[in-house]
Design a protein around this ligand. Structure first.
Ligand code: FES
Length: 99
């Protein structure tokens, strides 16, 4: 039964490697863990960029002020930080960073 929660699908390149439902407010790194996928993290607070992945489709909750680990160039390439960003709707994520 669909629960109405956003579903996040994780890809490595063109290959799907897992998917999971996102609990409200859960950062993407936790959703990945539910899907059995480990995304490396370090600071878990948006500073280091270790957890960078690429958003293929869907909308995520980008903060109004970008955290230090992210900049406009990265965002324009689909870059998002999984430690501190949550999905707002169904999303496809490439676990490879954009750069
Ligand atoms: S783990 Fe450092 S920015 Fe996400």
């Amino acid at each position: 039964m669909p629960t109405g929660l956003p579903v996040v699908r994780f890809f490595r390149g063109s290959e799907i490697i897992g998917s999971a439902e996102a609990s409200p407010g859960a950062p993407l790194v936790d959703v990945a863990e539910q899907a059995g996928i480990e995304i490396p993290t370090n600071c878990t607070s948006g500073n280091c960029g270790t957890c960078l992945v690429r958003l293929i489709s869907g909308e995520v909750g980008l903060p109004d002020v970008l955290p230090p680990g992210l900049d406009e160039d990265l965002v324009s390439e689909g870059g998002i930080l999984t430690c501190c960003i949550s999905p707002l709707e169904n999303c496809d994520i490439d676990v490879k960073p954009p750069l």
